[in-house]
Design a binder for this molecule. Structure first.
Ligand code: PMP
Length: 426
């Protein structure tokens, strides 16, 4: 199939608004490990996709899905061992008191359930969410996803706060310690929700602040922010859709970096290595109270095939020691990025943890003027050199690199040399 013909067919049935990456979209036909192959047989290094967490088409996951699909697939209102075993294995990776789980199919659904749970269990309605966050696309979750929603769409029950980003601290926060100053914005949100009469059901944030541009979260910010929320009777919802499952290298879950255990955690993308499965892991008392007063059932969530995929992902993570690899390879990439930053003034700041990297591009290191057009050009020229990355952040000027976990030093070398060449061309 000719790629241009396919594009025309797609426009006719999906419309032009259905998003596609790149000025010239890519047409992939197969993948393996960290590599994707297009219709013309060209090979691309995947330094962007976190869904194929343990590697594209990992044989262990493919086999587990196929075996279970050929044996039994049924929803969760019948007993099946896979869901129980997976729930046991998954919850064992969390800190006390996060001991129970509810399954869904997408990150959006998981966050929607988390919001319902927080509202029901606290009796409050209000949520605090970060400006430029993304948590999904259901009607409720959209209100806390201000990457796309303006203040009027968020309504009176959601208060948006700035991302805790010391690189771009707004003037109105003054010269205070960044952790203290940003935590004050949480207190202001708490006060505003209480004054509006909706109270605080919770705060929700992505623990690596991915859509917000991977800021260097100031030490103590999270602890202080959560103290304010809990003092008002609200809960802490950690969105682990992007950082979870060992990507951070030193911890299985992003929240563990801050030393504060959430009340509710949501999971998605990497969980089934591409098979749609997501989850809400929470304090047992919250799950019991929510489930007891509102029957939660999800036809596809947690079915035996999805759980077989999830179990295989956990097996591969362990057997291939992928978290430790993420740590080691992550350090190697950060070192290479620092060397690039020393030679290319366009790189204003380096970000990330484990196998998740950001580079904020600026036209001038003193004024920090965002290099938005340059970031777009760079992402496209990286693709021309056969490497997939993307860009994010409030100014769309932070390069985003988040490869599958088997990404190794040899792949890092390819990524870094392509970046070097593309930066030289700008
Ligand atoms: N939370 C975060 C942090 C996400 O990045 C996303 C998806 N980009 C979601 C939630 C929503 O997940 P899904 O697309 O599976 O609904």
């Amino acid at each position: 199939m000719n790629t241009n013909e396919l594009l025309e067919r797609r426009y006719r049935v999906l419309g032009k608004a259905s998003p596609l990456f790149y000025d010239q979209p890519l047409h992939f036909v197969r993948a393996e490990g960290v590599w994707l192959y297009d219709a013309e047989g060209r090979r691309f290094l995947d330094a962007y996709n976190n869904v194929p967490h343990v590697g594209h088409c990992h044989p262990r996951v493919v086999e587990a899905i196929a075996r279970q699909a050929g044996t039994l697939n049924i929803h969760t209102r019948y007993l099946n061992e896979n869901i129980v075993e997976y729930a046991e294995r998954l919850t064992a990776t969390f800190d006390d008191p996060l001991s129970m789980v509810m399954f869904a199919c997408t990150g959006s659904e998981a966050n929607d359930v988390a919001m319902q749970m927080a509202r029901l269990c606290t009796g409050n309605r209000g949520f605090i969410a970060t400006d430029f966050a993304y948590h999904g696309n259901t009607t409720a979750v959209w209100t806390v996803s201000s990457l796309f929603t303006g203040a009027e769409e968020r309504g009176p029950e959601v208060f948006a706060i700035p991302a805790p980003d010391p690189y771009r601290m707004p003037d109105e926060l003054g010269n205070d310690d960044p952790g203290e100053a940003y935590a004050r914005t949480v207190k202001q949100a708490v006060d505003a929700l209480q004054a509006a009469g909706v109270g605080v059901a919770g705060i929700i944030f992505d623990t690596i602040y991915s859509s917000e541009g991977l800021p260097h979260v100031p030490p103590d910010y999270v602890r202080k922010a959560i103290d304010h929320v809990r003092a008002a009777g609200g809960l802490y919802i950690a969105d682990e859709v992007q950082p979870g499952f060992g990507r951070m290298g030193d911890h299985m879950w992003g929240y563990q970096h801050y030393g504060v255990v959430p009340d509710i955690v949501t999971l998605g993308k990497p969980m089934g290595n591409g098979h749609p499965i997501s989850a809400v892991v929470a304090r047992g008392d919250l799950v019991q109270e929510f489930g007891g007063s509102k029957m939660y059932f999800n036809t596809f969530g947690g079915n035996p095939v999805s759980c077989a995929a999830g179990l295989a992902v956990l097996d591969v993570l362990e057997e291939e020691d992928l978290m430790a690899r993420a740590h080691a390879v992550g350090k190697y990439v950060q070192q290479g990025l620092s060397e690039l930053a020393a030679r290319h003034p366009l790189i204003g700041d380096l970000r990330g943890r484990g196998l998740f990297f950001g580079a904020e591009l600026v036209r001038d290191r003193a004024t920090r003027e965002p290099a938005t057009a340059e970031a777009r050009q760079l992402v496209n020229s990286m693709k021309e050199r056969g490497v997939l990355i993307s860009k994010i952040g409030k100014h769309d000027n932070v390069l985003k690199m988040r490869p599958p976990m088997p990404f190794a030093n040899e792949h890092a070398d390819l990524l870094l040399s392509a970046l070097d060449e593309c930066l030289k061309e700008l």
